[in-house]
Every structure is written in structure tokens, then in C-alpha cells.
Design a protein around this ligand. Sequence first.
Ligand code: 1GP
Length: 255
Amino acid sequence: MSILKQLLELRATGKKGIAVLIDPDKVHDAAQLHQLADLAVENCVDYFFVGGSLITTVNLSDVIRQLRSRSNIPVVLFPGNAIQIDPQADAILFLSLISGRNPELLIGQHVVAAPIIRNTSLEVLPTGYLLIGSGRITSVAYVSNTTPIPDDKYSLAACTAMAGEMLGLRLMYLDAGSGAETEISGRMISAVRKAVSVPLIVGGGINTPLKARQALEAGADLIVVGNALEKDPNALTGMATKVYEWNEQLALKGK
Ligand code: 1GP
């Protein structure tokens, strides 16, 4: 089944998913990656997202190869720019940074990337990417040269997502940025959830089981966890358990 179909199924059934974000710059050695991959398998993680706002190393390809050698979890590219394309991955988030007004990240990089992607078998996932303010300037806000939507401007985020859906984007990704001080509030997630029917991905600053649960309750279909695992890979279990419990409860209700 294509990844888009899997995400649409989450949306349609009310089930939830979890993705682990791996920033190649934060990978120090193969052992660290293997540990994370093994934990991801144990915790039934749905996807690996691989990428970063700025990658200064040349190990993207190697990271994907290592993940592949260790698990069957699909690898989805989460690129900060057009050079972060690797044909070994399963899919690519074809991100349009619709919360910003930087033409390079609305269409410019896409023009560069399109012919390269066309020559691969990567599944293309057209995704509206919305950066939400989180207290301090994150790397992604700085590198993308865009102003995040203020965290209390619910209607602005909702209308942005709505416009993205009308433009044909198939997924929405609400992101506070990696390592955000504050995760996206439940009120913000639910405002966007009500505004669009496409699957909703939420990430940035989710680092405890409680925050994971709150994002799910507010309407995230898929949560993304990265920074917390760079500090403590075992933190994955508590957050993945919330996703598992949600899906179990849903299955019980259906019986
Ligand atoms: C960042 O949404 C991802 O783009 C994940 O954020 O690294 O803070 O978990 P964290």
C-alpha cells in the first residue's frame, strides 16, 4: 500500500501513527543508528523521517542504507532543500512551506527537485508545511527565512491549511521545529484539524508521553519525534505506547 494510502487510512479510521525523525547531522556512528532502528522496530514505529533544515555532512545515503539494513520500516525523506534527495528512500515529503512567503520554499526548490525525483521510484507526498511559533527562533525558521505563524493565531493557521488543501496538497504538517521549547498546543492542532480533511502530521518539541497523547487527542494523525531521542533513544517507548494504547482503545470500541 502506498504511504499516502496508509496515512489516508489513519485519517479515515481514527487510528494514529508515529514517525521517528533522524537528522543525519546528529548521527555519530552506526551503533547509535542501529540502537534507534531496533527500538523503532520494537515499538512498532510507522515511519522513519530522514532530513534536516541544514545538513552539513554527506551521510544521508549512508544513514538510509543503515536503516534499511536493520528494519523494514519505510523511510520518508523530510528534506530541507533540493539536495536532500536519495533514491533509496521509499517516499519524499514534497513540502511547500505555506506558512511562509519565501518563494524558494513554495515553488523554487521544487522545480529543481522535480526532474531528479522523476528519475527515481520515490513516492511523492505533496505536503503543506506550516511552521508554528514556539518561543524562540528554531533552525528551520532561520534557514527557511520565514516567520512562523504565531502560536495563538489559530484562525491564521486554519485558513493557511485550508488554502493548502484547496491547492491540492494531500497532507498537512504542523511543525514547531526540531527541539522546539514548546510543542504545538492542542488548541492549535484542533483548529487546523477542523479546517481540513487531509491527514495531519504534527511534530516539534514532542518529548514526553503526555505531549504525545495531547497531540493525538487534539487531532494529529501522525506524530513525529526526533530531538528527544537524540538525548535518550529509550524515550521512544513511552511515546510510542501512547499511540499503541490509542489504537488498542479504538479497536476495543469497534468490537
Ligand atoms: C521537527 O517535527 C520534527 O521538524 C520533530 O521535532 O525533533 O523536536 O521532535 P523534534
